[in-house]
Design a protein around this ligand. Structure first.
Ligand code: NAD
Length: 293
């Protein structure tokens, strides 16, 4: 069993990005600039956005954080999006989800200029991804692709089972791994809450990607000997022994599944680390106008 250390991989890629930024600077070119919009006080969202801003500093990007209170109106948020779309100094931006209940997330996502949509959530980017055209790939699936590529984990002809069909993880990674591509050409089964005989499907998998949001959902009896385990889930479980009263666990019963696996990602310290890096890679592409010219 090999533990996939997301932090080490992420640091390697951040070093590569930082080196590219240095080259841009010495050539007198513009440095990538990412903006993040955070509405409300959700603690997890605040932590994610802080991490994104810190990662920008680490690689030499410029970053702008726009914070607004939870009672910001739909119109006010759309105005901010419009300003960011028009601002030539900003290469890409994200609106941190989830948004407060009174805001229509779909309308906000649709308002973002696809050329600046470094989260890859806009249907234009999603459609381009599905057709194999150049696009911004959503950050978590892009991070998973980086992980598979850099660890030389073969995907060609492999049985992949994805559990969870969200628009940000399960559905895009299922599309990406079934595409005709170097990291792709897999036979993908997408399982979800209505799947029957889930265990039978998962037992066939050479690669399991769990994006469900339920602690310890994937148990050892569901896993084939030697499978690769990519655990996307981030779940809080009560833990009185911790100062903050909880700890983070994935969707996979790590202790029981790890001995059966060939590769496994820990939570924390696995996929999440690569998600942030993928956002940086998309912002670099935006700055270099690699996707839309
Ligand atoms: P989601 O919460 O939108 O949806 C959950 C999915 O799980 C649904 O598609 C549903 O069909 C499926 N599901 C629920 N119960 C099921 C069951 N009993 N059997 C089979 N499938 C079932 O999904 P999401 O937004 O992709 O989030 C999933 C998890 O991944 C969450 O824990 C989230 O915090 C985490 N996440 C982590 C990262 C990261 O960077 N590591 C990024 C995004 C999400």
């Amino acid at each position: 069993m090999e533990l996939i250390d997301g932090k080490i991989l992420a640091n390697t890629i951040k070093d590569e990005i930082a080196a590219e930024v240095d080259q841009l600077k010495s050539a007198g070119s513009k440095v990538p600039h990412l903006a993040a919009v955070l509405v409300g006080e959700d603690p997890a969202s605040q932590a994610y956005v802080r991490n994104k801003v810190k990662s920008c500093e680490r690689v030499g990007f410029d970053s702008t954080l726009i914070r607004r209170p939870a009672d910001t109106t739909q119109a006010e948020l759309l105005e901010i999006v419009d300003q960011l779309n028009k601002d030539d100094n900003i290469d890409g931006f994200i609106v941190q989800l989830p948004l407060p209940d009174h805001i229509d997330e779909d309308e906000v996502t649709l308002a973002i200029d696809p050329k600046k949509d470094v989260d890859g959530f806009h249907p234009v980017n999603f459609g381009r991804m599905a057709q194999g055209l150049s696009c911004y790939i959503p950050a978590t699936p892009f991070g998973i692709l980086q992980m598979l590529r850099r660890l030389d984990i073969p995907t060609q002809g492999k049985e992949v089972v994805v559990i969870g069909r969200s628009n940000i993880v399960g559905t895009p990674i299922s599309i990406l791994l079934s595409r005709k591509a170097e990291i792709g050409n897999s036979t993908v089964t997408l399982c979800h809450s209505r799947t029957q005989n889930l265990k039978e499907h998962v037992l066939r998998a050479d690669i399991i990607i769990a994006a469900i949001g339920r602690p310890n959902f994937v148990t050892a009896d569901m896993v084939k000997e030697g499978a690769v385990i990519i655990d996307v889930g981030i779940n809080r479980v009560d833990d009185a022994s911790r100062k903050r009263g909880y700890r983070l666990v994935g969707d996979v019963d790590f202790e029981a599944v790890a001995p059966k696996s060939s590769f496994i990602t820990p939570v924390p310290g696995g996929v999440g680390q690569l998600t942030v890096v993928a956002l940086l890679l998309n912002t670099l592409k935006a700055c270099k106008k690699e996707v839309y010219g």
